[in-house]
Design a protein. Structure first.
Length: 104
């Protein structure tokens, strides 16, 4: 009989470990937020701003590596002049970077 009473868990010890576990999960979530989620959101916002500020005459490079000058714009596509007599139509999302703006 005394053996069963000695083996039973104590009520006060379990509560402290639960609080520390919750604090650890909260700390891990904060680390993930500031190291992964927040920088991704900033990067996505900058990309959206870059694509919305494209203008006719800007020199750009596509994600496939094609260099050209924007000759025309639509809502989701743009006309890219690759050489004197060659223009191709690409999605706005295909633009990797803007080399120079029209006025620069």
């Amino acid at each position: 009989m005394d053996l069963l009473i000695a083996m039973s868990p104590q009520g006060g010890e379990g509560g402290g470990s639960m609080v520390s576990t919750i604090i650890m999960f909260g700390a891990i979530f904060l680390i993930f937020y500031f190291m992964i989620i927040r920088p991704q959101q900033k990067k996505a916002k900058n990309r959206t701003r870059l694509l919305s500020n494209l203008e006719k005459g800007d020199k750009v490079v596509t994600s496939g590596g094609i260099h050209g000058i924007i000759a025309g714009l639509d809502e989701k596509t743009l006309l890219l002049q690759v050489s004197d007599n060659l223009k191709i139509k690409v999605d706005r999302s295909a633009i990797g970077q803007v080399i120079s703006k029209k006025g620069e």
